[in-house]
Design a protein around this ligand. Structure first.
Ligand code: ATP
Length: 532
């Protein structure tokens, strides 16, 4: 990662902790690699994202129904789907640090490789030579001394005392080009690749034997394939139609990294869209366009999404065509969502393995067949991270009170994604009329959207605080509001009113920092439209 991108990522991670978006899971115990918690603001953001996906994929369509399958399923599901046999990654281990990496993600390295046969020690007499091959790669032009340093660390890690190593026994050195046999972080030799199944194994019930084994689901999709017949019977849908689900998935990733991007526990938003045989390719195109438009609507511009046509060699074996929608994260262009034409692979596997027919009866043609499936499968956590990266900005502005230049950190979420929609502020906290009025505005907005109330510090500071949380609107109740209230209370009825519809407040816009006066009656309508 280039320095500027790494610095940006660090700032985003720090902001996430400072403002309560994302914390390390079980932090007080040192955390758990690949597991993250969402704090108060992160939870709202994630909920907004999932709700919007649900609304667009189910409520606003006639051809999709929802599902909520269990995480634990009969192990036969994972055998039939191919996960038990093939859901694996090649794994290598750094012989020095024991850190594990995905073999297919090792950056190729060039340089000089020093091959050590072993060491000679001042102990172990009469046979002081220890046979223990180890190789180190150093960048071209670097002296052997740096390879020796790494090799010594390796032998020390294997239990030899540094002062007892009298020499390293070099066998040979050679130039290597684009090799993936060395750890890019320290040049140490990597182990041979081993196949590693990514599913978390667990036992159901009190006996821990092979008959009670099952897995935490590594994707939500299978529940929808297995339940295809049940849903078909109750939903009274004709093809094409889909089943949508949002839920947790678990993968024992070899090397969780890039904050929440690659986690061991994460959430997916998946749609299995069943179509007539032969129409898969056309639906693949349609869903690609639908999904691109959806990302635009949550604030990720089309220009930041790269559509990768996954080459034949890299596609899952059952896929007849896959697009990966990738986002320009600060740490690189990486997958947000996969859209795959899965053919009828899943239904035919489950029909075969369960012995239950899963065909669809087509009333028009009076024939039975297995539908094809197009699956847009998106990651909740990766999309939340993309929203945070896209929204994060630092800019130099003049302090509204002192006039001094300062850095403003702001999260520019589109209002429909923002965790909190409006911050409500009485201008002064020691003026009961202002406080009462601000609370009345809060009460009026609460049933409609998430709002916050803050009376501490100067208005400028309070605006900065909501900027960092990504709250798009600030509402300040000031003396002018009360003037309106006075006028209203002398209205023909003579009754005091809690929030006068004609009283005005200051509405401050997060991105432009522009302020305008708006009548409370208009404010509610404006906000409801702006955040939906
Ligand atoms: P990758 O190649 O990055 O491992 P994948 O192609 O295996 O991902 P899919 O099986 O297509 O991923 O899963 C669909 C979506 O689920 C991904 O696009 C991603 O958004 C999300 N996802 C998959 N694995 C993880 C993970 N370890 N952490 C967070 N999200 C994930």
């Amino acid at each position: 990662m280039a320095d500027a991108s790494a610095a940006k990522m660090e700032k985003i991670v720090a902001l996430c902790k400072r403002r309560g978006f994302i914390f390390q899971s079980s932090e007080i115990y040192g955390g758990l690699n690949g597991a993250w918690d969402y704090g108060p603001l992160g939870t709202e953001l994630k909920r907004n994202l999932k709700d919007y996906w649900w609304r667009c994929m189910t409520q606003l369509r006639d051809d999709v129904v929802g599902y909520d399958g269990s995480i634990l399923m009969n192990a036969a599901v994972w055998k039939a789907s191919g996960h038990v046999d093939t859901f694996s990654d090649p794994m290598v281990e750094c012989l020095l640090t024991k850190k594990r990496y995905r073999a297919d993600q090792i950056e190729p390295q060039s340089g000089t490789a020093y091959y050590y046969k072993g060491i000679t020690t001042s102990v172990n007499l009469p046979s002081p030579k220890i046979d223990m091959p180890f190789t180190v790669l150093v960048p071209k032009g670097k002296p052997e001394a740096s390879a020796q340093k790494t090799a010594k660390q390796y032998y020390v890690s294997r239990g030899f005392k540094e002062e007892e190593i009298t020499s390293l026994d070099l066998e040979k050195s050679e130039q290597v080009e684009n090799s993936t046999k060395f750890n890019p972080e320290n040049g140490a030799q990597l182990s041979e690749a081993k196949v590693f199944n990514l599913m978390f194994k667990t036992y159901v019930g009190a006996t821990e034997d092979e008959s009670s084994v099952t897995y935490l689901r590594p994707e939500t999709a299978q529940a929808m394939f297995v339940a295809f017949k049940n849903v078909l019977e109750v939903a009274r849908k004709k093809l094409p139609f889909g089943i949508a689900q949002i839920g947790k998935a678990f993968r024992n990733e070899i090397n969780p990294r890039n904050f929440t991007f690659r986690s061991r526990e994460f959430e997916q938003m998946e749609l299995e869209f069943f179509v007539k045989p032969g129409t898969g390719p056309e639906w693949l195109e349609k869903w690609k366009e639908e999904r691109l438009a959806w990302y635009e609507a949550i604030g990720i511009p089309r220009a930041k999404i790269h559509v990768l046509t996954v080459p034949d060699a890299d596609r899952a074996f059952y896929s007849q065509g896959t697009y990966d929608l990738e986002y320009e994260f600060p740490f690189g262009i990486q997958e947000l969502e996969g859209i795959a034409h899965r053919g009828n692979y899943d239904l035919s596997q489950h029909a075969k393995a369960s012995g239950k027919p899963l065909e669809y009866f087509d009333e028009e043609s009076k024939s039975k067949y297995l539908p094809e499936v197009v699956e847009p499968s998106a990651g909740v956590d990766r999309t939340v991270l993309a929203l945070l990266c896209e929204a994060f900005a630092e800019e130099t502005v003049k302090d509204e009170e002192s006039g001094k230049e300062e850095t403003r950190t702001v999260l520019r979420f589109v209002p429909r994604m923002a965790p909190v929609k409006a911050g409500i502020f009485p201008l002064l906290k020691n003026k009961p009329e202002l406080v009462a009025k601000a609370k009345a505005v809060q009460d009026a907005l609460r049933p409609l959207m998430k709002v916050s109330y803050d009376e501490a510090g100067s208005i400028g500071k309070r605006y900065r605080r909501i900027d960092e949380k990504g709250t798009p609107f600030g509402i300040t109740i000031d003396f002018e509001t009360l003037e309106g209230a006075k006028a209203a209370s002398t209205s023909p009825t003579g009754q005091p009113i809690a929030i006068g519809q004609t009283d005005t407040v200051t509405l401050r816009h997060r991105d432009s920092m522009k302020q305008e006066r708006i009548a409370i009656g208009d404010l509610l309508g404006f906000l409801v439209v702006a955040v939906s």
